[in-house]
Structure formats: C-alpha cells, structure tokens
Design a binder for this molecule. Structure first.
Ligand SMILES: [Zn+2]
Ligand SMILES: [Zn+2]
Length: 157
C-alpha cells in the first residue's frame, strides 16, 4: 500500500498562497459538471475534501461566491495575483473544505473514489476503473468511508 507523508504541501502557481495539510484527507472525487470544466479550463474537476482545521494557509485569498449546479452556495478561494483556485467551501459546512487536487505539490496519491456528472463528461475523459455516480446520489459521509477504506496510508514524520 502507498504511504504518503504528512504534512502535504500545496499552493498556487505564483507561490503567493501556500498551505500545509497536516492530517489525512477525507475523500477524493472527480466531477465532470460544466462548472468544473469551466473553472479548471480542462475536462473535469478533481477535489480532495479535508477538515478545515487540518489545513494551515499562508497568504490572503480572494473569495468569490457562486452557486453550484446542484444549488449549493459555494465560496471559491483564489490567489489574488495568479488567480489560481485553491479551495472551495460551502457556507453551510465550514468544518470542511474542498482543495483543488492540482494545487497539491504531490498529486500521485489523489485517486478519485467516484466520478460524478458523467452525463456532461468529455467522452474520452471518463476515468477507467472509477465508478460513475449520479450526482443526486452523492453522499460525502458514505463516499468518505469508501475512499478511506482503500486510500493510501498517511503518516506524520
Ligand atoms: Zn498565485
Ligand atoms: Zn463539478
């Protein structure tokens, strides 16, 4: 089984915003909705859900409030200089936040437990071997348990 060292570091492209993830994340998933495609400028969004208390941020971020396709009010936090999106947070769930997986310095352990909104996926971008989950069946707690059952082992130095 893969072992991942904590803390995991990450940040924006220009380096003004940096963060340290000090505990094991809860869940990783891929989303093929149009918003994730637009925000990432690519085929899908890749998200790592963590406890807010487990991430230490350095550098102020700009905050943009936008509703998601499923109707939640979500705040996007981005670097004021290079505009790289670092994380999203739902106003009604402050204990958790969604890191953009690509902002991590080390990304090889980020394997999504499911892919959702597959009806809007680019056909070639469907991820082989990753279960398709209808967005209305998305359940953070159940998926978190599923992901953690086979996720890498996170160890603190
Ligand atoms: Zn930046
Ligand atoms: Zn999405």
């Amino acid at each position: 089984m893969m072992t991942v060292r904590l803390p995991q570091l990450g940040g924006c492209v220009c380096g003004r915003v940096r963060y340290r993830l000090t505990a094991a994340p809860l869940l990783a998933y891929a989303c093929h909705c149009h918003d994730c495609q637009k925000r990432s400028g690519s085929a899908f969004g890749l998200t790592v859900v963590v406890r807010s208390a487990d991430v230490l941020f350095k550098g102020e971020m700009d905050l943009v409030r936008l509703p998601t396709p499923s109707g939640r009010n979500v705040e996007q936090n981005l670097c004021p200089t290079c505009r790289c999106r670092i994380y999203a947070q739902a106003a009604e769930a402050r204990d958790f936040l969604s890191l953009r997986a690509g902002s991590l310095d080390q990304t090889d352990w980020v394997i999504p437990v499911v892919q959702t909104w597959t009806q809007s996926a680019l056909p070639w971008a469907l991820i082989p071997g990753v279960r398709h989950l209808p967005q209305e069946e998305f359940d953070f707690v159940a998926l978190g348990r599923e992901w953690q059952a086979w996720a890498p082992k996170f160890v603190t130095d």
